[in-house]
Ligand binder design. Structure first.
Ligand code: C2E
Ligand code: CA
Ligand code: CA
Length: 644
C-alpha cells in the first residue's frame, strides 16, 4: 500500500537536525540558559521529526497498529510541535533585559503548556483536537484551532520582543529570528493545501541552522581569532550570574598607553597585540577571561576570591613580554596594565552597563590599581552623560548652540583687544548645561569634531559681520580640543574654513589645552598642525597653563606666542604666600622666554593690580565682564573701546 503522506521531508529534517547537533557538540564552548534552550529546540525538532515519520506509517498501516497507539503517536507529535513554539518564545525572551516581563512570559508559557498538554493528551477520549473515523482516517477535531492560536500567540509575542530588542541584534540576526515565523507560516500554508507534504519539521530545521549561524555559533562568542571570550559572552555571563543571584567581582584590565601602541604600530599590528593579550589571559584564567574591546579586558571571579593573590596572578600574566610579528620583524612588547576591581553586589546590573562602567573607569593620575566602591555613582554619571550625548546630538542638528564672548583686556593699550569664544547650551529639558560638563562628553563620543568646526564657523561669521574689528578687536580666541588634533588634516580644514569667510587668518587665535590622555600625540602631530597653521597666520595660546599637564616641553616645542595662566594659579596665589611666589616667577619665566601672558579669572581690583605689577600682558575675568552674547559684547566694546 502506498504511504498516505510523504515522509521524505521528515527524514531530511532528522538528518539535518543530527548534523546540527553534531556541529553544536563539536564546537560547543559557551553555556547559558539561552544556549540550553537553543539545544532543546534542535532536540525537540529531531524527536518530533522521528515521531512524525512513525505517524506516517501508523496512519497508513492502521491495521498493523492499534488505534490507541495511533492516537498516542499523534498526540506526542502535536505536543512536541507546540512545545517548540513555546521554547522559541522562551529563547527569545532570554535576550530581554526586564525581569518583570521575563517572568510574565515564563508564566504565560507554563500556562500555555499545561493547557495544550491537557487538550492534546485527552484527545483519544474527547476527540477534541483530532480523531480517527471508523476506517481509521485521520481528521482534525473541533479544538485544533486552539492549538494554532496558542502556537501563534507564542510566535507573535516572540516577534514583538524581537522588535523591542532589535538594537541588540544585527540585521542578519533579526532576519534569522523572523525566519522562524516565516518558516512556520509558509509550512502551515503549504500543508493546508498539500497535506501530503510534511515539510514543517524540515523548514524548522533549516531555520535552526540559520539561527545557529547567526546567534549560536561559538565563534560569535570569541574575540577575533582567539579562544578568549568576547564582549557578547561577557554580557551573557553577567546576565546568567544575575539570574543565579550570586555576588561576584569583575576585574577590569586595561593596557596602559594602548593609544600609544596604536599610534606607533598602526591599527592592524596593535590589534595583533590585543589578540596576544587575550590569548594570554585565556591561558591564565580560562573561561573566566573576556576581551571586551581591543584595549579592555575583564576577568570574572567569585566574590570570595582573595584579591591580593588574584592580582599577583594578573601581574604574572603580564610579566613576560608579548611577541608579535610585524612584516619580517619580530617585536617584543612589554605591556603594563591598570587593574580595577569592581565588586558587583547589585544584581540588577546589566552586562552592557558593566561594560560602560569599565569603559568609564578613571584611574587617579598614574595609579595602577583601583577598587570601585561606588558603582551606582558611576552608573549615574553614565546615564547623565548619555542624556547629554542626546542633547548634543539635537543641538548639533538644530543649531542649538550659542557662542558667548568674554573680553580680554590689553594692559599696555588699556583697551580690549581680544575675546574668548565660549560655548553655551540651553536645552529645553535639561536647562543650562555648562561647557565643563558637555565638552568632556563630546570629546569622549567624538561629537567635539563637529562642534569644534561649528564654533569656528560661527566665530568667523561673527568676525566678518559684527564689525568687532572696527571696535578694536584684533583676534578672537577659539578653544581647540586635543581630540580634534588627532585628525591630521585639521590645519587644512581650519584654514579653509577661515578663508571661506574672507577674513584675515590673524583674526583667529586657537587655545589649546594639554591632557594626559593625548600626551604622546603632542610632540608630533600637534606640533605639525600648529606649525602649518602658524605659517599661515593663525596664532596659538597654551591654555590652562599650570593646571595639570602642561610641561616645560610644550613651552619650548610649540610655536605658541601666548600662554594663558590658569585661574586656579591666580586664585591660590590670593590665598597663600608661596603660591604667590609661584605665580610671580611663572610670569617672569614666561616673559623671559618671550611669551605674551594672559591671566584668566581676574575677579577684582586687587588681583588686577598684582598682575599688572608682575608684568602680565593681558587680563581676562569677571572684573571686566562675564562671557556675554554677541550683541552685548558689541555694546560692551562700543562703550569701553570707543571711550578709550
Ligand atoms: P577655559 O578655556 O579655561 O575657559 C575659561 C573659563 O573660565 C570659562 O568657563 C569662563 O567663563 C571662566 N571664567 C573666566 N573668567 C572668570 C572669572 O573671573 N571667574 C570665574 N569664576 N570664571 C571665569 P566656561 O565658559 O564655563 O568654559 C569652561 C570650559 O569649557 C572652558 O575653559 C573650555 O575648556 C571649555 N570650552 C568652552 N567653550 C569651548 C569650545 O568652544 N570648545 C572647546 N573645545 N572647549 C570649550
Ligand atoms: Ca580657553
Ligand atoms: Ca583657561
Amino acid at each position: 500500500m502506498e504511504l498516505l503522506y510523504y515522509p521524505q521531508y521528515c527524514e531530511a529534517a532528522v538528518l539535518s537536525s543530527v548534523i546540527l547537533l553534531i556541529i553544536y557538540y563539536l564546537r560547543q564552548n559557551y553555556n547559558t540558559v539561552k544556549n540550553k534552550l537553543f539545544l532543546s529546540m534542535i532536540v525537540i525538532n529531531l524527536v518530533a521529526s522521528i515521531v512524525n515519520i512513525c505517524s506516517v506509517y501508523t496512519i497508513t498501516y492502521t491495521d498493523r497498529f492499534s488505534l490507541r497507539f495511533n492516537y498516542f503517536i499523534n498526540e506526542l507529535y502535536l505536543i512536541l510541535y507546540n512545545v517548540l513554539a513555546i521554547i522559541f518564545l522562551l529563547y527569545i525572551v532570554s535576550f530581554f533585559k526586564i525581569k518583570f516581563y521575563q517572568n510574565c512570559v515564563y508564566y504565560f508559557a507554563v500556562c500555555i503548556f499545561i493547557f495544550e498538554a491537557i487538550i492534546i493528551f485527552t484527545t483519544h477520549i474527547t476527540h477534541f483536537v483530532f480523531y480517527f473515523d471508523s476506517r481509521s482516517n485521520y481528521f482534525q477535531g473541533p479544538g485544533m484551532w486552539l492549538l494554532y492560536v496558542c502556537a501563534f500567540s507564542c510566535v507573535i509575542i516572540a516577534n514583538v520582543i524581537v522588535i523591542k530588542v532589535r538594537k541588540t541584534f544585527n540585521k542578519y540576526q533579526v532576519l534569522s529570528l523572523t525566519g522562524f515565523t516565516i518558516g512556520l507560516l509558509v509550512s502551515i500554508i503549504v500543508q493546508l493545501f498539500i497535506p501530503k507534504y510534511l515539510i514543517t519539521n524540515f523548514t524548522l530545521s533549516m531555520v535552526l541552522f540559520f539561527l545557529y549561524s547567526s546567534l549560536e555559533n561559538p565563534v560569535y562568542y570569541l574575540f577575533n581569532t582567539t579562544q578568549c571570550f568576547n564582549q557578547q559572552a561577557f554580557v551573557q555571563t553577567i546576565r546568567s550570574n544575575s539570574e543565579k543571584g550570586k555576588f561576584y567581582k569583575v576585574v577590569a584590565i586595561k593596557p596602559m598607553d594602548y593609544a600609544y601602541f596604536e599610534y606607533t604600530m598602526g591599527q592592524r599590528n596593535s590589534e595583533m597585540l590585543s589578540n596576544k593579550i587575550a590569548e594570554r589571559l585565556n591561558m591564565s584564567f580560562k573561561r573566566d577571561a573576556y576581551a571586551l574591546t581591543k584595549s579592555e579586558f575583564a576577568v570574572i571571579i567569585p566574590d570570595d576570591t582573595n584579591t591580593n593573590e588574584f592580582l599577583t596572578r594578573v601581574d604574572e600574566c603580564f610579566s613576560e613580554k608579548f611577541v608579535i610579528q610585524i612584516d619580517d620583524k619580530v617585536i617584543e612588547q612589554e605591556v603594563e596594565v591598570q587593574v580595577a576591581i569592581i565588586p558587583v553586589i547589585n544584581l540588577e546590573i546589566d552586562g552592557l552597563e558593566l561594560e560602560e562602567v569599565i569603559h568609564n573607569l578613571t584611574f587617579e593620575n598614574g595609579k595602577r590599581l583601583l577598587v570601585l566602591e561606588d558603582m551606582e555613582a558611576v552608573i549615574e554619571k553614565i546615564h547623565r552623560s548619555n542624556r547629554i550625548t542626546q542633547v548634543l546630538e539635537r543641538a548639533i542638528k538644530e543649531d542649538g548652540f550659542q557662542i558667548y564672548y568674554q573680553p580680554i583686556y590689553d594692559a599696555e593699550a588699556d583697551t580690549f583687544h581680544g575675546a574668548e569664544a565660549l560655548l553655551r547650551l540651553i536645552d529645553n529639558d535639561l536647562g543650562f548645561i555648562g561647557p565643563d560638563e558637555f565638552i568632556p562628553v563630546a570629546e569622549k563620543n567624538g561629537q567635539i569634531i563637529e562642534i569644534g568646526d561649528m564654533v569656528l564657523r560661527k566665530v568667523c561669521e561673527f568676525i566678518k559681520e559684527s564689525g568687532c574689528l572696527e571696535l578694536g578687536i584684533e583676534y578672537i580666541d577659539v578653544n581647540l580640543s586635543p581630540i580634534q588634533c588627532r585628525y591630521e588634516k585639521l590645519a587644512e580644514k581650519y584654514l579653509s574654513i577661515i578663508r571661506s569667510y574672507g577674513i584675515d587668518t590673524k583674526c583667529v587665535n586657537l587655545e589649546i589645552t594639554e591632557t594626559a590622555e593625548t600626551e604622546f600625540l603632542t610632540v608630533r602631530i600637534l606640533k605639525n598642525i600648529m606649525e602649518s597653521m602658524v605659517q599661515h597666520g593663525v596664532g596659538f595660546s597654551i591654555d590652562d597653563y599650570g593646571s595639570g599637564f602642561a610641561t616645560i616641553d610644550y613651552l619650548l616645542e610649540f610655536p605658541a606666542e601666548i600662554v594663558k595662566i590658569d585661574k586656579s594659579i591666580l586664585w591660590q596665589a590670593m590665598e597663600r604666600e608661596d603660591a604667590m611666589i609661584v605665580l610671580e616667577y611663572t610670569i617672569k619665566l614666561l616673559k623671559a622666554i618671550g611669551k605674551k601672558i594672559v591671566v584668566e579669572g581676574v575677579e577684582n581690583e586687587e588681583m588686577k593690580k598684582i598682575l599688572l605689577d608682575f608684568g602680565c600682558d593681558y587680563l581676562q575675568g569677571y572684573l571686566y565682564s562675564k562671557p556675554i552674547p554677541e550683541a552685548d559684547f558689541i555694546a560692551f566694546l562700543e562703550k569701553e573701546n570707543v571711550r578709550a
